[in-house]
Design a protein around this ligand. Sequence first.
Ligand SMILES: Cc1cc2nc3c(=O)[nH]c(=O)nc-3n(C[C@H](O)[C@H](O)[C@H](O)COP(=O)(O)OP(=O)(O)OC[C@H]3O[C@@H](n4cnc5c(N)ncnc54)[C@H](O)[C@@H]3O)c2cc1C
Length: 509
Amino acid sequence: MTSSIKAEGAVHRVVVVGGGTAGWMTAAALARLVAPSGVQVVLVESEAIGTVGVGESTLPHIRAFNERLGIDEAEFMKATRATFKLGIQFNDWGRIGDSYIHPFGDYGAPGGEAPFHHYWLRARSLGDVGPLDDYSLPIVAAREGRFAPPAEDARSLLSTYGYAYQFDSTLYARFLRTFAEAHGVRRVEGRIVEVTQDGESGALSAVVLESGEAVEGDLFVDCSGFRALLIEQTLKSGFTDWSHWLPCDRAVAIPCASDQPAVPYTRATALEAGWQFRIPLQHRVGNGYVFASAFVDAEAATERLLGRLEGAPLKTPNTLRFTAGQRTRNWVGNCVSVGLSSGFIEPLESTSIHLIQIAITKLIELWPNAVADPTSAAEFNRQMDVEYARIRDFIILHYCATERDDTPFWDHVRIMRLPDSLAEKIDLFRARGAVQEYREGLFLHPSWIAVYLGQGIVPHHHHRLADAVPEEALLSSLARLRTAIRQSASRLPTQDAYIARYCASLDAG
Ligand SMILES: Cc1cc2nc3c(=O)[nH]c(=O)nc-3n(C[C@H](O)[C@H](O)[C@H](O)COP(=O)(O)OP(=O)(O)OC[C@H]3O[C@@H](n4cnc5c(N)ncnc54)[C@H](O)[C@@H]3O)c2cc1C
């Protein structure tokens, strides 16, 4: 079916297709930020189809998203039964028995001529100075189960970190729905069975529901999840497949009960054919085994996960399929894909919700001047390509930086040919401990350093600047720093105590 829409007309009506995390984040942001300029926002979702139902661990940037929308943190945490997150613990990645935390914060204390890890590398060659983790306040606090928001005084050790959240994804979408509807978003329930396009320009003009109702729009945001209803099924954007670097293509997920205090970090434990996530919330723990179906079948993976649960399962296991990769163009004509419809690089490092946030931010920055705005589309696609490629390389690093040779899966990822962009980064770090600089995209230096050193990529040389400090002075200042970090961390409240005071969910029991 075709209908008419003027390509040069202004955008007055936005249709968001899908009501998962992507759909409701988009609708909430557009309602709060763009609707006041005279734009109407409609969201269409189907309860019968439902959402992917996972996606509970985030990156610190989400705080800026919530703040921009004017969302109160304590209220949001109560509603989503959220906990705080200071980083991700990686167990058994470089070698079985290894453990490190990728922190949301810096190593060392503020100041210093060379990046801190160069001093640590030098000191390590002089004596036993302990693991790099001992020099990160968020890591030490995370290990002790402690949390308080960072201090504002930039000279304080307590200012050296950020934090994110671990929350119930279904409750987050519900919370944003309430917010978005209060800001004028109209929600339409129903399954979309047809998408209409302008006969001449090919621009999308409406989505048609099973009931026959047509929801018309000028701009369409495809948040339909892996189905990619508009961007792929209708507009045939294409897909760039990265599964040769990222072979995990399935996940089995299941929440379980917990009688332990929730720790302020997510755990990723490497298993025989992938890895297991553990995300502690106020009322339960989210678990999953992300695995490569070429190396283990779903039944064996499910059994392995169930055997490792720390508490009683709260649902039946949910198996999901995906392919690591990105939509070839995230913005085609008058359709922008946000969320899983735009691609997925597997959940290690919790980047998917971040990519949703980034896409929304860029859509608002590059808001189209007309229904068809190829300039905005081209720039959006360029920027999203960079974002995806940065994350892709960082995730691949976790697999290739390993000595594990205990299963065919680890043999595969250990010796696979890497993207040139990642091979260059690793060579640079191995040679001189430097992290390749870039302006756009994740991740910051401490993240790369955490994974390089945590998984056994040790530089041949530390920076010459780190030689400026006499040996004795270096060793004693590191000992003092370790003590100061330990003491500062131990003065923080436990996360449980902080949550109880600040944002305990009434029914989190
Ligand atoms: C195992 C796993 C673990 C993950 N863990 C994390 C994590 O820890 N952190 C993180 O950041 N991300 C994580 N993710 C990704 C995260 O789950 C998603 O980015 C997030 O949930 C957004 O999904 P979505 O809204 O794009 O899609 P969905 O949740 O699938 O929503 C799609 C929506 O489209 C609607 N829809 C589809 N077709 C139609 C139709 N025909 N008519 C009407 N409506 C339709 C559906 O009803 C639904 O409302 C994980 C993903 C997986 C697979």
